[in-house]
Design a protein around this ligand. Structure first.
Ligand SMILES: CC(=O)SCCNC(=O)CCNC(=O)[C@H](O)C(C)(C)COP(=O)(O)OP(=O)(O)OC[C@H]1O[C@@H](n2cnc3c(N)ncnc32)[C@H](O)[C@@H]1OP(=O)(O)O
Length: 325
């Protein structure tokens, strides 16, 4: 496992105008030493973290020696969203999630890359789910920094559907006696599909527990998250998902992306009920009309949003054009 490194950002002002005197930013570096190879930045999803590879790495199938993002060829940098708690101290948690928006995290990550790590260019920026929204925001803020922009299972905006689900999550987080556990049950249903659950459980039951297996599975994921994640982190991530919007204060999506020089790759899943593929199909149409270089792929899967963490072979097939040279 690579060490969890950190630096302190001083006097950071969020887009809601709140000043944070000192903010520790935690990150990890994998593969080739910085300065010796092209840099790939990987943004994690809602409950993910900077541990992208290694035994417990959330994307170990794609990142590592000889893998799609080959750590023998690339330097991989992964930041933690501040306040996610990974490798952090209690005082690094962010209690006032209402003061934050997705764009704030993008500003912090870009500052980390250019000012803290001193990078002048980044070969590829990859973001999955919430991390993909943050990647859009990073590219809009630093339109010439990234050569390749790769958006997986994500969108440049929170749709009305996402905002509605985030409200439900927020209500559960505020009102439930087991907030994290219960919010996770609802979230897991957003990340799957009816067909995925049918295929997995076929209405089977756990006889001693007198529960359906789909129920024990959901409860297991609720318990697991409750044990490994914090309530303040979850509230913050929910707020970040809800506030992703690169068109905000820039007029339109077209105006936000016009200066971006990166080659763009977008990967959706045909059954994703959370970041629905039609939104990305429309985005790709608009980008192509603008003459932007963009490749679009759809993972074929019954598993919905979670397919990006399950259908590794398809994802590798679509992304190897960027990484295997
Ligand atoms: C906006 C955003 O950023 S959203 C992105 C957030 N995404 C996530 O957080 C991903 C959530 N999904 C998961 O965590 C999934 O488990 C995945 C995608 C990582 C893996 O999916 P799958 O391969 O289908 O595994 P599955 O969901 O069955 O999980 C396996 C676990 O469930 C347990 N399990 C499986 N069936 C049952 C059951 N009937 N009862 C109880 N537990 C069960 C397994 O024992 C295993 O437990 P462990 O992880 O503690 O070892």
């Amino acid at each position: 496992m690579s060490d969890i490194l950190h630096y302190t950002l001083t006097d950071f002002v969020t887009s809601y105008g709140v000043r944070i005197p000192a903010l520790r930013v935690y990150y990890q570096v994998f593969g080739k030493a910085l300065g010796t190879a092209p840099v790939v930045v990987v943004n994690h999803a809602f409950t993910g973290n900077s541990q992208v590879t290694g035994e417990n790495g959330w994307w170990k199938e794609a990142i590592g020696e000889g893998k799609l993002i080959d750590t023998l060829k690339y330097t991989v940098v992964a930041f933690n969203i501040p306040g996610n708690g990974f490798g952090a101290r209690e005082e690094d948690m962010i209690p006032n999630y209402e003061h934050w928006a997705g764009i704030d995290i993008a500003r912090i990550f870009n500052q980390g890359l250019t000012e803290h790590l001193g990078l002048k260019e980044v070969f590829a920026l990859v973001g999955c789910s919430l991390g993909g929204g943050i990647a859009w925001e990073m590219a809009a803020l630093a339109p010439t920094l990234f050569k390749e922009l790769i958006i997986v299972a994500a969108d440049w905006k929170a749709t009305d559907w996402i905002i509605g689900n985030c409200l439900l999550q927020e209500q559960i987080l505020k009102n439930s006696t087991h907030p994290l556990h219960d919010a996770r049950l609802h979230a897991m249903l957003c990340y799957r599909t009816p067909q995925s659950l049918k295929l997995k459980f076929e209405r089977t039951t756990n006889i001693p527990l007198q529960l359906y297996n789909v129920e024990t599975w959901l409860l297991h994921h609720g318990d697991k998250l409750h044990k490994r994640f914090s309530l303040s982190a979850y509230k913050l991530m929910n707020q970040l998902v809800k506030t992703i919007d690169i068109s905000k204060e820039r007029g339109s999506f077209a105006e936000a992306v016009a200066p971006i020089t990166a080659h763009i790759t977008i990967v959706s899943t045909d059954s994703d009920l959370y970041f629905v593929p039609q939104e990305n199909r429309d985005t790709v149409t608009e980008l192509r009309e603008m003459g932007k270089p963009v490749d679009y792929y759809e993972i074929h899967s019954v598993h919905g949003h979670d397919a990006f963490l399950i259908e590794h072979k398809q994802l590798e097939q679509y992304l190897k054009k960027v990484f295997v040279r």
